[in-house]
Design a protein around this ligand. Sequence first.
Ligand code: ZN
Length: 135
Amino acid sequence: MSDRNTGYDEWIDALAAGEGYALVCPEGHGSLPPRRVCPECGSSPLSEEPLPAEGTVETYTVVHVPSPRFSDDAPYVTAVARFGPVRLTGIVRGVGPDADDGDGDAIEVGTAVEAGVGERETDGGRIVVLRPVET
Ligand SMILES: [Zn+2]
């Protein structure tokens, strides 16, 4: 059994290197590590499919009262974006409360974003960061 790329840390490493991927089951359901079987239908094996370069925001939330791990990051925007077969939840950077123009309306459902890795200001933990793509 190979442990390559089976953990979330390894997945974050891959995403940071621009090589993010989704786990896709034989039925075409997408998921993210750590998974060994499809969370939707229980199938295996799961193959690694490269994430599309761009995702689309499905929902977003401006957080003013954060969890303790994000206390120094607030206010911030979290969003869920669809990248091909999977959804990624991440902090939105480059728009919103921390953007130069302070315009929190710059992101909306349907905004194209790219995924990367950043650090929480609170504790330096690595997090998924979504940035709007210039179109
Ligand atoms: Zn499945």
